[in-house]
Design a protein around this ligand. Sequence first.
Ligand code: C2E
Ligand code: MG
Ligand code: MG
Length: 697
Amino acid sequence: MRVISCILTEHDLRLVLLSAFVIVSGGWLAFGLFRRAEEKHGAQRHGWTFLAAVAAGASVWCTHFIAMLAFDVRAPITFEPLLTIGSLLIAIVGCGVGFDVALRDRKPSSPAAGGAILGLSVAAMHYTGMMGYRIDGLVEWSAGYIAASIAMAMVLSAVALHQAVRRSWAFSHYAAIALFVLAVVSLHFTGMAALSVTPFITDTALANPEILVTMSIAVACVGLIIASTGFAAYIIDTKASEDMAERLHHMAYNDALTGLPNRAGFAVHLGHALDLAKAEGSRLAVVSIDLDRFKEINDLRGLEAGDAALRLIGQRLSELLREGEFVARAGGDEFATVKRFTERSDLLDFVARLEGVLFTPINIGDFQTVTGASLGVAVYPEDGDTQERLINNSELALYRAIDDVTRATCFYEAQMDEASRARHTLGQDLRHAIELNQLELYYQVQTSVSTGEICGYEALLRWRHPVHGMVSPAEFIPIAEETGSIIPIGEWVLRTACREAASWSVPHKVAVNLSPVQFVNADLARLVHEVLLQTDLSPSRLELEITESTIIADKARTLHILRQIKSLGVTIAIDDFGTGYSSLSTLREFPFDKIKLDRSFMNEVEHNQQAKAVVRAVLSLGKTLEIKVLAEGVETAHQLAILHTEGCDEAQGYFLGKPQPIAQILMALANVGNSNVAQTVPTPISASRRKRQRHAG
Ligand code: C2E
Ligand code: MG
Ligand code: MG
């Protein structure tokens, strides 16, 4: 009897290569499916785990089967069907359990534990298969080799799954496949080394190599076909995911109504186009478009007509595009376009084409209209070299185009548009000025011209801007009026002035300026009443200053509100008198308590006879109507002396006192309280006397 160790013989090299191919492709497929399982959850994960298990189990089993056929034991062999099929099931189920454990719990040890189960099931498959591999001879097993083979399969598979799940380096996935293949191969060869066979008969003809090869190929094909179903599922799923991603991408970057790219799509395109323009040294224009009469269509014809108009305009805009041009719907009735060009004439041609389309009549149902549009253009590189800057500047130019009735298109002009940008940001900042405690009131004294006694103080608003420092009310009040923040600001001024005045030791009057916009609020009289009650200021100590423009805006309404306020006991002064249009009639219609003669007259009163004549006329008008007159902007002793001669009642100006913060006013008032003498500021007499003294000195 001869003992044959089961060593690979030369003529079966083809089968070894075939088995290597099966296990490598099977491993690659199984780990691909396993990875997909890892990405999914719930039922989907179970489905992918099952497919991975089938691919792994079937390929391991096929490898084993082909490798068995490759071993020439020089003795007749048969396969016991139950154990052979059973070993396939063990491989699939075992791999399934291993994969499942590896993904369960997300514990650091789970992948290795799952891998160990995987290795164990491969070993179980191998030895169950070996039990069904019937050899006509004396079969002996080496326990040491068996133990070593099982240990190697488990350890290598554990490391393989750990790599597959933890992915500690770039090639983890491929390392995992290689380790798994190594686990299967080492199990097989060590397992086969454990076996020695002494054939009962030796007949080389029993093992027909061609039949064995054919059988092996058949087994490999069946195994790969089974595994390929998983591959097919993988491909279908990948394609479906890609389709879905593409659909979502399309939805995210395109406008559903017009089919044009949306704002996000525009940003992406502009980014690329700008890079291209920078690289090739060409120029690029961003044109922002706003339809002029779109709202009319929506309001008069309904939303459906509006939608139809947008679709039609969108379609026409996209049809006019040539190479290097792009259009998107930026939202609402706004469109945005990009044009790459080298010659300015090309840009002008593009703008002309845009205008042509936008001013072409559109038919919606039985009605025809022209929406018209305003266009704002900003050009790279001169108007900006970033996306944000170009978009921003084209919008600034657009705002100018919207305001300009004579032109449809405006090109960005730094000076003009920067000024409007600065105004815009100032307006934004102003909204938070109250809550950020940036506002405060200065007070300017008002005195009697004849006695020099203090009659009151005018509250003048100051804004301490964190960047620009003290901003003049002449600059920010118009912005506050435009943006509407004058309403809360005006209320703050009224409340603060009344509260501070109520705390003064001497009960002087306080004058507060009101903006025309505050009269839009019908509750102004109620607000004044409420503030007086809350601050406990006597109504007779409050004076409200309004300008003629307030009355002109809506005469009946303003006069009605003024009467309500006056009935509270509050006095009303007309500010900047002489600069408006309807001075005389206004004075007749409402019983003002004070006329504040505009300071422009003071500038000229010393040298200009006409100005002096106006001052004289206003003073006599005041006398006739029994209204006190206060002259604003008194800057010199001479001006004060003239006012004295002409019989003016009160005066206010830098000569008498500049606007000062409340702390200084309080200090001055406290001194008056202590000396118990009514505080005075220079009268014409005392001032000229002082001057004489200075000269004498
Ligand atoms: P106004 O009500 O005619 O206030 C007088 C302005 O003339 C103040 O400017 C004051 O500082 C300035 N002034 C006073 N004396 C002289 C002088 O001798 N020479 C010159 N050149 N100017 C003098 P201010 O404080 O810059 O205020 C400007 C305008 O802003 C005010 O004119 C008023 O219309 C508006 N304003 C100020 N505070 C408020 C407020 O709280 N609410 C509203 N709505 N407007 C305010
Ligand atoms: Mg005033
Ligand atoms: Mg004034």
